[in-house]
Design a protein around this ligand. Structure first.
Ligand code: FE2
Ligand code: FE2
Length: 501
């Protein structure tokens, strides 16, 4: 029996749009769940998914990908890569697994919503595969760190992080709940697949895959490359959805979703990928600076796809690009200082050689961030470690849930961007975060940041010890300096290595 080519039957087979007879169409596809913005299902027929696959093809390829990733892991299990790698590398793995593994699980839920409530058959089809992709990603990224748990409890946070009130976990949940767990199918297509996955997961996954290979961690490199091949497929769900919205007079609504999505994704990657690329990755293994990566993958990529779709660049575009110069340095300084409150060991990444690199990639670094590190270095060399540790919590942004921070030293630009709503004052890191809040205050108004919780008496006693208890960080899990301050010794030998003017 002759077998037809996929292209000969695909369009007919994937068209599951039938006319309901037991229920009304709006009961089967309620606006609240579809987010179709009143564009009729008829109009959604023009949705054309750029990536077409069938179930047998999908299963065959995924099976091969899974067996490749698991075999690399099995082959290298005894290599003791983690034990012998630079401690900064282990910190990247821990922060990545904790922040991402269960986020994949949330993404599976989001794909499931598109699989059920997507307005177009092609969208539902792709999302069905996307749902299985995300399930695979969650499983892989829970399984791979598991073997390290017996030696290092911080790896247990791959599983644990999202079940705690640890501050970075709150930030990740707040963003992911907003971008994809609590949205309708169309908004998910735009905010998760277009805004978040097209640009930002590309960066986390491609960027880290390159760094992992450089660092000799082939297990992690093959794991995340394997995941990335799925991402690059299902990230294409959003583009055609945007086209349908634009063709049917919903350009403004579409832009709003894109802008909110990019704004939120940028913060998460600023705190997660920024320190990993510019500080935790050993200098000799760094390929590109975080800023260079952002310019190539985010600015280049988004500008191209936004322009191709006929969308305008976000109003905050230049401001976001300006933040590439400093925001992740500020987050890194904060994460290192508040290191007992994270589940990984932050690598300071500021040896004299590191500083030369930072100054070259970010001119002026020594006069701004370098000044803060100089104080820390003085305290470490004088044995005053307690002065390099926090006693309480920083002020946190009510949108990103990350510390409000910017440039210190010469060039100081730290300020709060407050907003009043129904008698409560909210605090934001920038006009961008405040703008997101103002798009839908009812959605965000009741959330309490970790600092709001402390002020409301939910964290007892209201000090670092109480905060660690509240965040469920057990002894042995608290972050500490990844290199046990060994990096600071170079300054004892050569105090003039500090470059601040
Ligand atoms: Fe994923
Ligand atoms: Fe994904």
């Amino acid at each position: 029996m002759a077998i037809l080519e996929r292209s000969e039957w695909y369009d007919v087979a994937r068209d599951t749009n039938w006319t309901p007879s037991y229920v009304k169409e709006e009961e089967l596809f309620p606006d609240q769940m579809t987010g179709g913005l009143g564009v009729s299902r008829d109009k959604w027929k023009s949705y054309d998914e750029p990536y077409k696959t069938s179930y047998p093809e999908y299963v065959k390829i995924q099976r091969e990908k899974d067996s490749a990733a698991y075999s690399v892991k099995a082959a290298l299990d005894r290599s003791q890569m983690i034990e012998t790698a630079d401690p900064g590398w282990a910190s990247i793995l821990k922060s990545h697994y904790g922040a991402i593994a269960l986020g994949e699980y949330a993404a599976m839920s989001a794909e499931a919503r598109m699989a059920r409530f997507g307005m177009a058959p092609g969208m539902r089809n792709m999302a069905t595969f996307g749902m299985m992709d995300e399930n695979r990603h969650a499983q892989l990224q829970l399984y791979f760190p598991h073997e390290h748990c017996s030696k290092d409890r911080q790896f247990d946070w791959a599983q644990k992080a999202y079940h705690t009130n640890e501050w970075a976990a709150i930030a990740a949940r707040h963003a992911f709940d907003d971008l994809f767990l609590s949205r309708d199918a169309t908004s998910i297509a735009v905010m998760l697949t277009f805004a978040f996955e097209t640009g930002f997961t590309n960066m986390q996954f491609l960027g880290l895959a390159a760094d992992a290979a450089e660092a000799g961690d082939y297990t992690f490199s093959s794991l995340i490359s394997s995941i990335q091949t799925d991402e690059s497929r299902h990230a294409q769900i959003g583009g055609p959805a945007l086209q349908v919205l634009i063709e049917n007079g919903k350009k403004e609504e579409a832009e709003r979703l894109v802008y909110m999505g990019i704004a939120r994704a940028w913060r998460i990657f600023g705190v997660l990928t920024g320190p990993a690329m510019d500080y935790y990755t050993p200098l000799s293994h760094r390929k590109q600076s975080f800023k260079e990566f952002m310019q190539e993958w985010i600015v280049g990529q988004f500008e191209r796809s936004l322009i191709e779709l006929g969308l305008d660049l976000p109003w905050y575009w230049d401001q976001m690009i300006a933040e590439f110069d400093y925001q992740h340095h500020a987050y890194h300084l904060g994460v290192w200082f508040w290191r007992p409150t994270v589940w990984w060991n932050p690598a300071a990444g500021v040896t004299p050689d590191d500083r030369d690199w930072l100054e070259e990639k970010y001119p002026g670094w020594n006069d701004t961030f370098g000044k803060c590190w100089d104080v820390i270095i003085d305290n470490i060399l004088a044995g005053r470690h307690e002065k390099t540790l926090p006693e309480t919590l920083p002020i946190v942004c009510n949108m990103s849930q990350l510390p409000i921070c910017a440039i210190p030293g010469n060039g100081w630009n730290v300020r709060d961007y407050p907003a009043e709503y129904q008698g409560r004052t909210y605090h934001f890191n920038s006009e961008i975060d405040r703008w997101v809040f103002q798009q839908d205050p009812v959605r965000y108004r009741d959330h309490m940041s970790i600092v709001d919780r402390m002020l409301a008496g939910l964290i007892q006693p209201p000090d670092l010890g109480g905060a660690l208890k509240y965040m469920n960080i057990a002894p042995g899990e608290c972050g500490e300096d990844a290199h046990k301050y060994a990096w600071a010794e170079a300054y004892r030998a050569n105090p003039y290595a500090k470059k601040a003017a």
